[in-house]
Design a protein around this ligand. Structure first.
Ligand SMILES: NC(=O)c1ccc[n+]([C@@H]2O[C@H](COP(=O)([O-])OP(=O)(O)OC[C@H]3O[C@@H](n4cnc5c(N)ncnc54)[C@H](O)[C@@H]3O)[C@@H](O)[C@H]2O)c1
Length: 322
C-alpha cells in the first residue's frame, strides 16, 4: 500500500488532501504541531485505519527518527502557517519550518526514495512588477518587513528543493500556490474571504485595506488539491516550479461588493490603511500547469463564495451567533 506523508495535515489544505487520498487505498501519515491547524479539521480522519496522526514539529531533527515515516512513497510538505495573521505572530517558527523543516523532509525523501511536493507560494513573487506572474519571474520581495519571514523563507525552501533535485536526484516538485479558499477555512484566518464573509454575516463593517484597487486571484480548494495531486503524479513535474492558482483577477473592492451582494448583508464597506508590503497585483500565469499537468481551475469565484457563505452561516448558527 502506498505510504503518503502529509506535513501540515491539520491545516486547511493538508486535511482536505488527506481526506481525498485515504479512499484511494493509501496509508496517510499526517504530521502537525497544531500551530495554525486544528484537530477539528481531522475529526473524521483520526479513527480511520489508514490515517495515522503524529503531533510533532517537522523543523526538529527528532522527526527523522519516527519509524512511521520509514518507506514513505510520497511526501506533501505543506507545514507552515499561510495567513499573515499567523505567520507574523510566529516569524521564527515560520522561518524554521520552511527552511529546516523543508530540509528534513527532503532528507527523508532522499533516504526513502520518496517523491516530494513542496508548497511554496505566490508570495515568492512579493509585490510583483511583472504581470501576470509566470514561473520565470524572480520576484520583487522585501527582506526588511513583516512579510519577509514568510516570503523569504519560502524562497529559501525552494533553494533547498533545487539542491536536493540537482545533487541527489530527489523527485522534487515545487507548487507556488496562489490564494486558496473554500468552505471549511477558519473564520478567524484573517485573509480576505474569511474576513469579508464573517463580517458580512455578522453585520460588522466589511474592512477593505487601502482603496481596494489592489487585485487578487482566488482558487477554490478542490481545484488547488487536484493540481497538487497531479504534480505529485506526473514525472513531468519533477524538478519544476509550477504555479497553482486561478488566473481570474479581481480587485479587493469587487470582492467586497460581491460578498455583500451574495450574503444580502447591510454591512457598510469601510477602508483601512494598507498594510506594509501588501502586493498591488496578483495573478498567476498557469500556462505551465496546463502544459505539464493538463490542469486548470474549474470553480468560479461566485460559486465558491456561495459554498463558503453556506458553511459560515451553518457554523455561526451552531454557535448561536446568527
Ligand atoms: N492557503 C493558501 O491560500 C496558500 C497559499 C500559498 C501557499 N500556501 C501554502 O500551503 C501550505 C498549507 O497552507 P494552509 O492554507 O493549509 O495553511 P494552514 O495554516 O491551515 O496549515 C498549515 C499547517 O501546518 C502546521 N504547521 C506549521 N508549522 C509546523 C511545524 N513546524 N511542524 C508541523 N506542522 C506545522 C500548522 O499547524 C497547520 O496545521 C502552507 O505551506 C502554505 O504556506 C497556502
Amino acid at each position: 500500500m502506498k505510504k503518503i506523508v502529509i506535513t501540515g495535515a491539520a491545516g486547511f489544505i493538508g486535511s482536505r488532501l488527506a481526506r481525498q487520498l485515504i479512499p484511494e487505498q493509501c496509508l496517510v501519515i499526517g504530521i502537525d504541531n497544531l500551530q495554525s491547524g486544528l484537530m477539528a479539521n481531522m475529526k473524521d480522519l483520526l479513527d480511520h485505519p489508514r490515517f495515522k496522526f503524529i503531533c510533532a514539529d517537522v523543523s526538529s531533527n527528532s522527526i527523522m527518527l519516527r519509524e512511521e515515516l520509514d518507506r514513505a512513497d510520497e511526501i506533501y510538505h505543506l507545514a507552515s502557517p499561510a495567513s499573515p495573521k499567523f505567520y507574523q505572530s510566529m516569524p521564527f517558527d515560520t522561518i524554521a519550518v520552511n527552511t529546516l523543516g523543508t530540509k528534513n523532509m527532503l532528507e527523508l525523501a532522499r533516504t526513502t526514495g520518496a517523491k516530494l511536493l513542496y508548497s511554496s507560494t505566490s508570495e515568492a513573487y512579493g509585490d510583483p512588477l511583472v504581470h501576470p506572474q509566470d514561473e520565470q519571474y524572480s520576484g520583487n520581495v522585501n527582506t526588511w518587513g513583516p512579510r519577509a519571514c514568510y516570503d523569504e523563507s519560502k524562497r529559501l525552501g525552494e533553494v533547498f528543493c533545487y539542491e536536493y533535485f540537482t545533487r541527489f536526484g530527489v523527485a522534487v516538485k515545487v507548487a507556488r500556490i496562489f490564494n486558496t479558499y473554500s468552505a471549511g477555512l477558519r473564520s478567524d484566518d484573517g485573509r480576505i474571504l474569511s474576513n469579508f464573509i464573517s463580517q458580512a454575516l455578522t453585520g460588522l463593517e466589511i474592512t477593505v485595506y487601502g482603496n481596494g484597487m489592489q487585485t487578487r486571484s482566488f482558487c477554490y480548494l478542490d481545484d488547488t488539491v487536484a493540481g497538487l495531486k497531479l504534480m505529485m503524479e506526473k514525472d513531468a513535474a519533477n524538478g519544476e516550479i509550477i504555479n497553482i492558482g486561478n488566473p481570474k483577477e479581481y480587485t479587493v473592492l469587487e470582492v467586497a461588493r460581491l460578498v455583500k451582494q451574495l450574503t444580502g448583508s447591510a454591512s457598510p464597506i469601510v477602508f483601512l490603511p494598507l498594510p506594509k508590503d501588501d502586493p498591488k497585483r496578483r495573478r498567476p500565469s498557469i500556462d505551465k500547469a496546463k502544459r505539464l499537468l493538463g490542469w486548470q481551475p474549474q470553480i468560479e469565484l461566485e460559486e465558491g463564495i456561495e459554498r463558503m457563505i453556506k458553511d459560515y452561516r451553518q457554523r455561526l448558527a451552531e454557535k448561536g451567533k446568527l
